[in-house]
Design a protein. Structure first.
Length: 753
């Protein structure tokens, strides 16, 4: 399928860079209604053998409905949840729905991520917040950036995809009414048919051409009480293909005459290639070409690629190159030095204050609690290795890639190839895990530069695991200092935090759009500045420290470590107050009934621990969803064992409840791997870890029982792909304290011998 994208990168940079200072020049524009998200610039009508009724859906003569999928499927279930939105409003059975990857048109662009990234507190209901968020959504609509991230897929698609179904349904009813010469109000729909009280009945496939010829008619969305599909557990549409092996991931792409590329990259941050044994590589069996690659804005390091007739031949030849690398300016970089720099920044800099309430400095407490917490760099470690397939043919570039950011992918490929964006055909495969890693395009740039040397032959680039570990865009290392003040009755008077880390958002925006590293970054303090606890005096600040280590967004981003900091320290405060941690939290949530209900539901699910075990609790809101987890833990020979995780989540309306449970379970497992094992360390300017033997994942033997309760809600859907991850580390740490008396303030969680 050919994908199109309008070349507006200069406008994108201007809007993103100038949004905060645009002022009165955009006030008038900001008050105008947002541009519609229902129709593309292509007219409704026949597209091949299908009839398009709007930009989101087409109907075939046999009544099958093709729905445009504007998000990437990486295991989170969007191939089921999103067509459910259309099918519900269209009144068509889900088994009659097919999916097609949406082209790069602006109506498919995300309009939620920028607004969600603004540093407003969730309790802020001001006109300023509403106005800036509205302006952000309008700006995103103009940019039209297609991207899957920020747990925004269902949230962002909730209205446009339902409206697409409702608008098409109204057109079909109008077409039937005109054909039968009756009032549209006398008609109804059921399971892909328009019905009339007289007994007349017409299938959608029969009416589609007539419906497309009509002007758009008024439509009305269903009330929640009318839902027949949304809110009901539904079998995933992508499951059969994944079970029988017909699903196509990036590494499954096979093309006639395809060649294979293996790559080795400079292991030092900022280093360079000095020499390699080219004759040894070129003389190896099956080798077609050696390609030397330079550094690129996408984050790609200097590298050598071997192209051969098979992947095995390319890998064998790569080993013979014996490359020599110059370490460069960061040759002495190490984990201890990095954490030392973060500590110095906290000692010497005040940072940017993201939230302030009351007067932290002016109170006179009866008791004070101080603590310092830290978290390491983390790699994404997706199971499907980094890969991309590229081919130059007839003046065009074809790409097959598992990407979370189609718009950015095409832009990067155009930059690397010298072609225009409308000369690039992008085929998005399934993703064998994304977690934020596949928002980046370094592998795409490399594959394009290799393919340029191959005279039209397709080439598939796959990184070895050691290259992925050494050249990831890592979750930032972070340090925080927390202070709390209690009054004479042990009530929490004040809460203060100052943290330090690099900025993943600044790094990502530079790689994707060439923007300078400047300004505050909400992701550095999310989960710290926006907590729900009702503390009268608060101050939350952060110091951004320049990072020579490349940073990226990791599943749940700043929440992933800031929840550990916040919820562990809240337990410390409760312990210092001589209070039960759950009861202490409850008294701080009197004006937050949704948070309180989630906390109570998780605690009720957990019940009492088995003899010799202990419970730990954590409550956290991220990406709009509220999650509480209770971990049941034991300790044997200083090893932490998690037996059960009881979880409650309020994510608004759960479109597919079983899909929500799967994502929360997935987030818990991902977070537990990091809590117990995850740590990327540096020595002599390079990453020490190289594979799963020294960067382990959670094993089946370590897997706890997980129980998830979805708290009933009538609110619009919020994110679920990431919110399950943040609470697990503090829940486990708090359980360990309750069991052993050891307060673990750094990740991964390790007991003292």
């Amino acid at each position: 399928m050919k994908l199109f994208k309008e070349n507006k990168s200069s406008r994108r940079q201007f809007i993103l860079g100038g949004l905060g200072v645009a002022g009165a020049l955009v006030v008038g524009w900001g008050l105008m209604p947002m541009r519609q998200r229902l129709y593309t610039d292509l007219p409704a009508g026949l597209i091949g053998d299908k009839v398009a009724l709007n930009g989101w859906l087409m109907i075939s003569a046999d009544g099958r409905v093709t729905v445009m999928l504007s998000k990437s499927e990486m295991g989170q279930g969007v191939m089921t949840a999103l067509p459910m939105l259309v099918a519900e409003e269209l009144d068509v059975p889900l088994f009659m729905v097919d999916l097609m990857q949406a082209p790069l048109k602006k109506i498919y662009g995300d309009t939620s991520m920028m607004a969600d990234g603004l540093p407003f507190h969730p309790d802020d209901q001001s006109a300023l917040k509403r106005g800036v968020q509205w302006l952000s959504k309008k700006t995103e609509r103009e940019i039209g950036l297609m991207v899957t991230g920020g747990s925004s897929s269902v949230k962002d698609s909730w209205l446009p995809m339902r409206e697409a179904g409702a608008a098409a349904r109204a057109r079909l009813i109008a077409a039937a009414a005109a054909q039968w010469q009756v009032s549209a109000a006398e008609c109804k729909t059921l399971d892909g048919f328009v019905l009339h009280a007289s007994g007349k009945k017409a299938a959608y496939g029969e009416l589609a051409v007539k419906a497309a010829a009509l002007d758009p008619v008024d439509y009305k969305l269903k009330n929640v009480s009318e839902f027949k599909l949304i809110g009901r557990t539904t079998q995933r549409l992508d499951a059969p293909a994944k079970i029988d092996g017909s699903a196509e991931f990036g590494m499954d792409v096979k093309l006639p005459g395809m060649l294979y590329a293996a790559i080795t990259m400079c292991p030092y941050f900022g280093g360079s290639l000095t020499s390699f044994d080219a004759p040894a590589g070129q003389g190896s069996k099956g080798v077609k070409r050696l390609v030397q690659l330079g550094k690129e804005r996408s984050g790609a390091a200097e590298a050598i690629a071997v192209v051969a007739d098979t992947r095995w031949h390319a890998t064998l030849a790569l080993k013979k190159l014996s490359p020599q690398w110059a370490a460069g300016a960061h040759a002495g970089l190490s984990s201890p030095a990095i954490f030392n720099d973060l500590g110095k920044a906290l000692d010497t800099e005040s940072g940017f204050t993201y939230y302030s309430r009351g007067d932290v400095a002016g109170i006179k407490p009866a008791k004070q609690i101080h603590a310092e917490y830290s978290a390491p760099y983390l790699a994404h470690a997706a199971m499907e290795p980094v890969n991309c397939t590229a081919q130059f043919v007839h003046g065009r570039l074809k790409l097959w890639v598992p990407t979370q950011a189609p718009s950015v992918a095409v832009s990067a490929a155009a930059r690397a190839s010298g072609l225009k964006e409308d000369q690039i055909d992008l085929h998005i495969t399934l993703l064998g895990g994304g977690f934020g890693r596949r928002l980046d395009t370094d592998m795409i740039v490399q594959a394009v530069m290799i393919a340029r040397e191959l005279d039209g032959a397709p080439v598939q680039l796959v990184w070895q695991r050691k290259e992925d570990m050494a050249h990831d865009f890592y979750r930032p290392a972070a340090v925080v200092r927390l202070n709390a003040a209690l009054d004479e009755s042990q009530q929490l008077l004040a809460w203060e935090s100052k943290s330090a880390s690099g900025s993943a958002a600044q790094h990502l925006l530079h790689r994707a759009f060439g923007l300078p590293a400047a300004g505050p970054d909400k992701t550095t303090v999310e989960g710290l500045f926006d907590h729900p606890y009702e503390v009268p005096n608060q101050k939350i600040a952060h110091v951004i420290v320049d990072s020579p280590v490349p940073l990226g967004t990791w599943r749940s981003v700043g929440h992933s470590h800031n929840a550990f900091f916040k919820e562990s320290f809240m337990d410390e405060v409760a312990h210092a107050a001589g209070a039960d941690p759950v009861a202490y939290r409850r008294q701080l949530l009197t004006s937050h009934p949704r948070h309180l209900a989630v906390l109570n539901a998780a605690v009720a699910k957990a019940g009492q621990p088995a003899k010799g075990n202990a419970l730990g609790v954590a409550l956290h809101q991220s990406f709009g969803s509220i999650v509480a987890q209770v971990a049941e833990v034991s300790v044997t020979d200083n090893r932490i064992h998690v037996h059960k995780v009881s979880c409650a989540v309020d994510c608004g309306i759960a479109v597919n409840p079983e899909g929500v449970r799967q994502q929360i379970e997935s987030g818990i497992v991902y977070g537990l791997s990091a809590a117990l094992h995850g740590e990327i360390t540096l020595e002599d300017g390079r990453i020490k870890q190289s594979n799963f033997h020294d960067y382990p994942m959670l094993t089946m033997a370590e897997m706890p029982e997980i129980v998830v309760e979805i708290v009933d809600s009538q609110e619009a859907p919020e994110g679920v792909g990431e919110p399950g991850t943040p609470p697990i580390a503090p829940a486990v740490a708090n359980a360990v304290f309750n069991l052993t008396g050891q307060r673990l303030r750094s990740l991964p969680l390790r007991l003292a011998s």
